[in-house]
Design a protein. Structure first.
Lengths: 326, 573
């Protein structure tokens, strides 16, 4: 379907622009990812509830929450940098939207460009960057602590994440094109598996879930980075998080698990992959305490770093001697 | 130390004291004048040495008395140094806080409520009185107005302007701070911890309490002896068996009453059930505080059957109101025995599983070991009690050291750990749950037949102390009677009152996430630590007792109507 849609717009510049708009706003852009993200939020809450012997919320609860927040007053602290404070969540959300659109276009239309892996890595930092900016602009001591922790956390997980991607690029024979990478399944090898597991933990940290929720850590710094946000701006953060819940697992699927097929049997298989990643994330979230920021950095740099350097070497040896399982 | 050795040692201070009074083998009073109090206390704490419990002030008409209670945990003996301050106009006594930081709060509180100056005290800011409380009005002095009326007379004369307030409570802001409180997700109640930080490292901690001071000691003086247990059980919902029991034991000691054996067994069972539900509650909260919500939910689910059992026995999940002077109010029916035993088996099975899961979790080890260490020396200096002390290697437990109820007849162990960190505190509490289950099983099997109470008519003049090992540590009650039907002084020392100040020793130098879990690790109970009407910021009372009662009854009626329950008319008593 996707190729047809993309192909049809070629002749007319106007039509093509309209199609692009449709791509970004409706399918598979904002509206679709937003709905799916809120559904994923519900899955996270419901599965957590079941693990914790609770009943959990109804399916539409995340929609109600966002709708309610949209109707609430927005309070901007007197000392805050107004423009940055208000712009940060919007920038974060826009970045995440762009990220998910690029990934969906790879899945739906196989449309990609050389080097989009690099673009995706940059876009994935944007939400954290926006959080750091927004919380620093809010002039709150808790938010300042949260921002500094988020900053350290980003520095912590970016290195292993990039190394994990190096593993994939080596495994796929130097591909820098997501659509080409998605044709292969690096996870069926030792180095690919290692890279996948570490990336999963990096995703956990990007999502700000336990054990890496120290930037928010409710019981220490009272939701830290988000402390001063209220009303519609808080809703934007929530929506951004919902979009991330779609985009980040989709990224893992595209890069490690052989891509997200969208027709017939592969579609069911793809949904299975998505649920698998989501459930793994939820289970890690519910079976761990929050670690300290210094422990998280040590974990990512020392343990994950060493594991991935090993994985890169394995992958290089594997591709040099043509041993696929390494 | 045996009883004899203790007596010999105490005679070493003979020249400083005017009289040594032995009420009984294990209750010794030393009388001294205020000038000698410092020397006597230093002797008791450093030379003997004894564990400091609490200091109390009493207005006894012609003079002030300051009582310093100490405990010898090997003999179970309570040694009380009683210092008399003869000058009523200008009461001064030397502070013992410089060498005994555990007495810091006790002296500040005594200063607040009685106006006794403590010379050389390092920090004489207000502790429990609110900022706008007028200078020179001391609520526990006998010439203060009776409760019910506003103390301090004309509200218009109160210094409501913060700038004009006595500066003692103002908190100095020179370094970057992270406030934990007064309302903060870490706390279930109001309390303020001010952390001075450098980056994430906490360099100093200041505390401020009494956002919810209810004046229970003052109210207690206006109630009759048999009414007090109901008031006291409302000090804290969790320790609502321990506080009344400590009070009742003090009054029984005063009246020379021994309750029937069955009553003692009933008390043991209820108190141990309370310990189980309190420890499991803590485990859940501690899990929540470090972001481990699964532990939170599982622990609280396993706690529910214990509360059901307590409801079955006493009629309430908390605030049992079952203990009275001379025995118990409600019996445990013999038909309930199999159910209790069955529930204990069930709880033991579940707790075994939960304890294994928690204590074997490698991430929890990394997160909690070596965090917030309270050394044994600091534990003694700050006079901490309960699991907080036992996790720092101090083997003290009132149930064994000064046995009450039927603990002496039962077979159980005192759990101690030497490490002093948060993980050790968790281990101590979890293993104590298993010990409690053991105690309850034995008590239920041994439960003798017979009456559950004896009648007590007169409470003679005199003074006595009662203490109980509450879940958080030793709960200490001091009661003085003048032969009338109301206590003239009733002092309550809840365990958190000595455990909370120990943060000064355990938190400084740690990082913020470690400090927050350390704050929670003593299982602080603020309502216990603080012991009246809704007021606005200008201290005008907006709702008095009657109005609050009416509001709450209207609310109950509304809910009843909503859920379609029968309308029940509540009568004023």
């Amino acid at each position: 379907m996707g190729t047809v849609l993309a192909g049809r717009g070629k002749g007319n510049a106007m039509t093509q622009a309209l199609w692009s708009l449709f791509w970004i706003t409706v399918f598979p852009g904002f509206l679709f990812t937003f709905s799916l993200g809120l559904l994923a939020t519900w899955v996270v809450r419901k599965v957590s509830a079941l693990v914790q012997w609770r009943v959990g919320p109804p399916v539409l609860q995340p929609f109600y929450d966002v709708a309610k927040l949209l109707g609430k007053e927005i309070l901007v602290p007197e000392d805050a940098q107004r423009i940055v404070f208000i712009a940060a969540p919007l920038v974060g959300m826009a970045g995440t939207l762009l990220l998910s659109t690029i990934l969906w276009r790879v899945a739906v239309a196989q449309s990609a460009f050389v080097g989009d892996v690099i673009v995706v890595i940059y876009l994935m930092v944007l939400p954290s960057l926006a959080l750091i900016l927004g919380s620093s602009a809010s002039a709150n001591p808790y938010a300042a602590i949260g921002a500094s922790r988020e900053m350290k956390l980003v520095m912590g997980y970016e290195l292993p994440l990039v190394l994990a991607l190096v593993v994939v690029i080596v495994k796929t024979g130097g591909q820098l094109n997501l659509a080409a990478i998605a044709q292969q399944t690096p996870v069926y090898s030792i180095s690919g598996m290692l890279a996948f597991l570490v990336s999963l933990l990096c995703i956990q940290a990007k999502l700000g879930f336990v054990p890496f929720d120290m930037a928010e850590s409710e019981t220490e710094i009272a939701s830290g980075v988000l402390m001063e946000y209220s009303g519609a701006l808080l809703a934007v953060w929530k929506v951004m998080h919902a979009l991330m819940l779609v985009a980040l697992p989709l990224f893992l699927i595209t890069v490690f698990l052989g891509g997200f097929g969208t027709t017939g049997c592969p579609l069911a298989w793809s949904i299975g992959k998505y649920v698998l990643v989501l459930v793994l994330v939820i289970l890690i979230k519910n079976t761990n305490p929050r670690v300290r920021i210094d422990q998280a950095m040590k974990f990512f740099w020392v343990y994950c770093g060493i594991a991935l350097v090993l994985a890169v070497v394995l992958a290089a040896i594997g591709s040099y001697y043509d041993i696929n399982w390494l | 130390m045996t009883q004899e050795e203790l007596n010999n040692k105490l005679s070493g201070i003979k020249d400083k004291v005017t009289k040594i009074d032995k009420m009984s083998e294990t209750r010794i009073y030393l009388y001294c004048e205020s000038e000698n109090s410092y020397a006597v206390n230093k002797f008791l704490f450093e030379e003997v040495p004894l564990r400091f419990v609490i200091a109390t002030g009493i207005d006894s008409d012609d003079c002030f008395e300051v009582l310093y209670h100490y405990s010898d945990d090997e003999t179970g003996c309570i040694v009380t140094a009683k210092a008399f301050i003869r000058d009523r106009e200008n009461p001064i006594i030397e502070s013992i806080a410089p060498f005994l930081p555990g007495a810091d709060w006790a002296e500040r509180e005594t200063h607040d409520v009685l106006g006794i100056e403590f010379k050389n005290h390092p920090d004489m800011r207000r502790l429990i009185l609110s900022d706008d409380w007028p200078e020179g009005v001391y609520p526990l002095r006998k010439d203060a107005e009776k409760p019910g009326k506003r103390l301090g007379g004309d509200p218009a004369k109160r210094p409501v302007d913060q700038a004009k307030c006595p500066a003692r409570r103002t908190i100095r802001l020179s370094k970057p701070i992270v406030p934990i409180g007064p309302s903060h997700p870490l706390q279930e109640e109001m309390e303020y911890f001010q952390l001075s930080v450098e980056g994430e490292i906490v360099t100093d901690i200041d505390m401020r309490l009494s956002y919810n001071h209810r004046g229970i000691e003052k109210i207690s003086e206006s109630l009759q002896f048999d009414q007090v247990p109901f008031l006291i059980s409302r000090i804290c919902g969790i320790c609502s068996a321990s506080h009344p029991l400590a009070y009742v034991q003090a009054v029984e000691e005063l009246a020379g009453v021994t309750p029937p054996e069955r009553a003692l067994y009933v008390r043991t069972i209820i108190n141990e059930l309370e310990r189980i539900h309190s420890h499991v509650l803590w485990l859940g909260l501690a899990g929540h505080f470090i972001g481990y919500d699964t532990v939170f939910m599982w622990a609280w689910k396993y706690r529910e059957p214990i509360l059901d059992l307590l409801e079955e026995i006493t009629g309430n999940r908390n605030n049992y109101g079952n203990v009275k002077i001379g025995g118990c109010r409600e019996d445990i029916p013999n038909e309930l025995k199999p159910r209790i035993l069955k529930d204990m088996d069930e709880t033991e099975r579940k707790m075994d599983m939960l304890i294994k899961a928690v204590l074997d979790d490698p991430v929890l080890h990394v997160r909690l070991k070596g965090v917030g260490i309270l050394t044994k020396a600091d534990a003694i200096r700050y006079a901490v009690t309960g699991p907080t002390a036992r996790a720092s290697g101090l083997p003290i437990d009132v149930r064994r050291d000064d046995p009450y109820a039927t603990y002496a007849d039962l077979n159980w162990n005192v759990i101690t750990r030497p490490e002093g960190d948060v993980f050790a505190k968790a281990v101590v509490r979890l293993l104590e749950v298993l010990e409690s289950i053991k105690i309850i099983r034995q008590a239920v099997e041994k439960l003798p037949d017979g009456p559950i109470a004896v009648e007590v008519k007169e409470i003679p003049a005199g003074e006595a102390v009662g203490r109980v090992e509450a879940p958080r540590g030793e709960t200490f009650h001091y009661v003085r009677s003048d032969g009338g039907n109301r206590p003239v002084r009733h002092k309550v020392r809840a365990p958190s009152y000595v455990n909370v100040p120990s943060f000064k020793a355990s938190c400084i130098g740690e990082s913020i996430p470690d400090v927050t879990i350390t704050l929670a690790a003593v299982d602080p109970c603020y309502s216990c630590t603080e012991r009246l009407a809704v007021a606005d910021k200008n201290s005008r009372i907006t709702h008095d007792y009657e109005a609050l009662l009416r509001l709450s009854r209207d609310e109950t009626d509304r809910i009843r109507e909503e859920i379609g329950s029968q309308h029940l008319k509540l009568e004023d008593s």
